[in-house]
Design a protein around this ligand. Structure first.
Ligand SMILES: [Zn+2]
Ligand SMILES: [Zn+2]
Length: 269
């Protein structure tokens, strides 16, 4: 039992996520950001479903990669070995994440355009009080879809060593929890280089014209390149779903994509 638990902790981003949530929640408390504690709690409990999905999806993703590589006769050697060309693990991780973010950018755009995918992604956009726990307010199905749509194709082309994966996980977790924190921070003229809370808040706007922008999860350069970039504005945008619906509590979050009609939602006030 203890070994199973230790294996679970080692094989998931649990520790990293917990550390990032503690650091950015502390920053929100120090700067006195008004975030309801119940909201944080629901997001954290939902996050445990996300972690479980990652835990169970990991072997399936690895098995799919194994099968694909055998089918294509690649004998487990993707054509581009990143660590061979870039010796520094942090730099290799940044390059790997830049490539990942390009794939994520297009998957994310598709999530906003395709009604079926939007049903799942809408759970993340249902956040009305962005805070350090909002990153884990996403439907667990979204993580599985993202793994197959973005990570599997990327790992078919690029191979990276475990130390680079570790750096990528650290940078990615920091960026994601930072981007959702209730902190009035942006990087001014460098806003198009790296994600910030003010920039990502625009993506969570209840105004669809604003939320259909800033799709990149770490490097807004992709939004600049594909003309979906909106610089951080100083005015406080209202966040949440365009429809005005609210998902309150854990069960509405988990069941929302599967409901024919969102009968447990209430109008936004
Ligand atoms: Zn989105
Ligand atoms: Zn978000």
């Amino acid at each position: 039992m203890l070994d199973t638990l230790r294996h679970f902790v080692n094989q998931t981003p649990l520790t990293l996520w917990a550390a990032a949530i503690v650091v950015f929640t502390a920053a929100e408390l120090v700067t006195r950001q008004p975030v309801p504690w119940r909201r944080r709690l629901v997001n954290l409990v939902n996050g445990s479903a996300v972690l479980l999905a990652i835990f169970f999806a990991g072997p399936i993703v690895a098995g799919t990669l194994h099968w694909l590589k055998r089918s294509l006769g690649l004998v487990y050697n993707p054509p581009f070995m990143l660590d061979f060309y870039v010796q520094s693990a942090p730099l290799a991780a940044l390059i790997f994440l830049l490539a990942y973010d390009l794939g994520y950018y297009w998957f994310h755009r598709l999530q906003h355009a395709a009604p079926l995918l939007w049903r799942v992604h809408a759970v993340h956009h249902s956040e009305t009080d962005l805070n350090a726990t909002s990153y884990v307010r996403q439907h667990f199905v979204e993580n599985v879809l993202q793994s197959f749509a973005v990570m599997v194709p990327l790992l078919m082309v690029v191979s990276v060593m475990p130390r680079t994966i570790a750096w990528a996980a650290l940078i990615s977790a920091t960026a994601q929890f930072f981007a959702h924190a209730a902190l009035p921070i942006h990087f001014g003229p460098l806003s198009a280089v790296f994600i910030s809370p003010r920039l990502h808040r625009i993506h969570h706007s209840a105004d669809r014209a604003e939320s259909d922008s800033n799709y990149a999860s770490m490097f807004p350069l992709w939004d600049v390149l594909f003309r979906t970039y909106r610089p951080p504005s100083s005015r406080p945008e209202r966040t949440g779903l365009h429809s005005g619906e609210r998902l309150v509590g854990l069960w509405p979050l988990l069941s929302s994509p599967f409901r024919r009609r969102q009968t447990t939602t209430t109008p936004m006030t």
